[in-house]
Ligand binder design. Sequence first.
Ligand code: ATP
Ligand code: MG
Length: 243
Amino acid sequence: MIEVADLSVAYGTGRRRVLAVDRVSLSVPTGEMGALVGPSGCGKSTILYAVDGLIPPTEGTISVADEPVHGVRRDVALILQDAGLLPWKTVRQNAELALRIQGVGEDVADILNTLGLTGFENSFPAELSEGMKRRVGIARALALHPRVLLMDEPMANLDSLTREHIQKLILDLWKSLRFTALLVTHDIEEAVFLGRHVFVLSRRPARVVEAIANPEAGTAAYRGSDTFVQRVRYLHELLGGVQ
Ligand SMILES: Nc1ncnc2c1ncn2[C@@H]1O[C@H](COP(=O)(O)OP(=O)(O)OP(=O)(O)O)[C@@H](O)[C@H]1O
Ligand SMILES: [Mg+2]
């Protein structure tokens, strides 16, 4: 369970103070996937960093698996916006990075294989397609066998075919590994396709405009159904009017 209660985050102090997140509350039950959707610059990444323990709340509380979050934890993994690969490290070294930081000497061959990266272990990020780079970012996070997976726009700026491929890949991984997930996206269809709980955020500072139950999410057949189309339309209208 991810539980965020009355979270506010401000950057800077005095006249430079920027309130990025304003009293956000949300929860994602264990083993389910939540989606945060909102306009550019509204505070989505900030919420995710706070849940990961990278930045402390200015106010409010966060707990994961019934434990309060105070700093980065081993059972919580974060996929950074644009995959966050180190250009001077190979695919294998990038995938091993989170394990190394945690001092775990585990082999990443299996996870690279699951993500279709076998044969590219010694390639550098510059030699990979955008979709492959994202898959390396996913491999790095999953190498930790996390209980909670936080994803910051893992499909942004991909062509639509690659985007759908990675969406399906995330769905398959979630079905087999059953981590609890929180996905940040500014893509409404993606939020409705993957998020059983969709949290619509306002412009900065991020507030939860509406929390939408979307129990049908997480099946390949959902996309294109009447309910899917209606929910996407509803979210478009909601976000169109977001202040
Ligand atoms: N380190 C920082 N110092 C000062 N302000 C910051 C800092 N990081 C983010 N901000 C501000 O906080 C706001 C929210 O940023 P955040 O990155 O969380 O938004 P976002 O919704 O993830 O944006 P995007 O859609 O572009 O990824 C932005 O207006 C940004 O300018
Ligand atoms: Mg962001």
